[in-house]
Design a protein around this ligand. Structure first.
Ligand SMILES: NC(=O)c1ccc[n+]([C@@H]2O[C@H](COP(=O)([O-])OP(=O)(O)OC[C@H]3O[C@@H](n4cnc5c(N)ncnc54)[C@H](OP(=O)(O)O)[C@@H]3O)[C@@H](O)[C@H]2O)c1
Length: 330
């Protein structure tokens, strides 16, 4: 089969399209023919070496596709099932393995591509808005990078929970997408001081929670947006890692809460994983959560996909498509 492999860390050019051996499922595993692999920012951190991964490796953890083979002891899925997961071992590939207990059967009307597009970012948006800081009517939240993959889903979930949503984006085109997704107000943080704007939009009160995935360039000012006892949810670092922080600052700025959550801890048990995944997929199936696939690239063009993501030229989800249209089904 073909896959993308990384032999040394570096720029997008280290994502090499190669022929590799097709893996076989071990006990508890299923082999899936990947119809679409989701690209997530974590793979940029792994490719550059910011997050350590043993070399060489096939990047990617998210995909949707069809089960072609199962290992011993697997009862959750069978050959032919349409499934998705965020727990694949190397999904930038034509075939990938996942633990069967971390696969979900896709509901009717939800394609493998949509499954690949919503598992990781959808469950992330879900835990941020429903568990980390459970939004409710009366709350105001600020969502950075509101037209991004997580951002567009988070705006929709925050809106459906009755919160007032303020989004930040870099361009007018992204502003329109964020508004469509439920942002009540949008700040162009490349042109305006977003902390001043957030204060103005809340008549000086500040917001209850900031969901910050941008990190280095937004972190300090995100603290300035918060009402006393508000929460800064730092869940990413698209612009780079945040400088170390003196906890006294949290006191000075209003007895603030700071958390740095990660999806793994919010789907730690099989039960929590299934509940979160099926809730998100249920919303997609009934049309109440829209998934925007902004860009699709052939698997061989993974380097180009990373370049676009890092250059802030993408919106919504970015997918890799291993099997071009018209390719025989195996
Ligand atoms: N903790 C978790 O559980 C978890 C789970 C999923 C994702 N994440 C994190 O959430 C973040 C968003 O992930 P995503 O996949 O949805 O990506 P994304 O938001 O679609 O893409 C990143 C966006 O961040 C903004 N950005 C601002 N400064 C940037 C810079 N210097 N370089 C690149 N982008 C910049 C850009 O939007 P503008 O052009 O509008 O500024 C860009 O489009 C990532 O940091 C990711 O690691 C965390």
């Amino acid at each position: 089969m073909h896959a993308i492999r990384v032999h040394q860390t570096g720029g997008p050019e280290v994502l090499r399209y190669e022929r590799v051996e097709r893996p076989s499922p071990g006990p508890g595993q299923a082999l899936v023919r990947v119809e679409a692999a989701g690209i997530n920012f974590i793979e940029v951190y792994q490719r550059t070496g910011r997050y350590k991964v043993a070399l060489p490796f096939i990047p990617g953890s998210e995909a949707g596709g069809r089960v072609v083979e199962i290992g011993d002891g697997v009862s959750e899925v069978k050959g032919g099932d349409q499934v998705a997961s965020q727990s694949f071992a190397g999904s930038y590939a034509e075939y990938a393995l996942a633990p069967a207990e971390r696969l979900v059967l896709l509901p009717a009307g939800v394609s493998a591509r949509i499954g690949a597009a919503v598992m990781l970012q959808g469950m992330t948006a879900h835990y941020l808005a429903c568990s980390t800081f459970p939004l409710a009517p009366g709350h105001t939240c600020l969502v950075h990078a509101a037209a991004g993959g997580v951002g567009l889903l988070l705006c929709q979930i925050a809106h459906r929970r009755g919160a007032r949503v303020i989004g930040t984006v870099s361009t007018e085109e992204k502003a329109a997408l964020a508004r469509e997704a439920g942002a009540d107000e949008v700040i162009l943080y490349t042109q305006q001081d977003f902390a001043t704007e957030a204060r103005r939009l809340t008549r000086g009160a500040g917001v209850h929670v900031v969901y910050d995935s941008v990190g280095r360039t937004t972190f300090a000012k995100s603290l300035d947006c918060l009402a006393p006892r508000g929460m800064l949810v730092l869940y990413g670092q698209s612009s780079g890692p945040v400088e170390p922080l003196d906890p006294q600052i949290l006191s000075q700025k209003g007895s603030l809460f700071l958390t740095r959550p990660t999806l793994g801890h919010y789907v730690a048990t099989k039960a929590e994983f299934l509940e979160r995944a099926m809730t998100v997929l249920g919303w997609v199936a009934d049309g109440s959560l829209k998934v925007r696939i902004g860009n699709e690239f052939p698997l061989a063009a993974a380097a180009e996909a990373h370049t676009e993501l890092e250059a802030r030229r993408t919106t919504g989800k970015v997918l890799l498509i291993p099997w071009p249209p018209g390719c025989p089904r195996s």
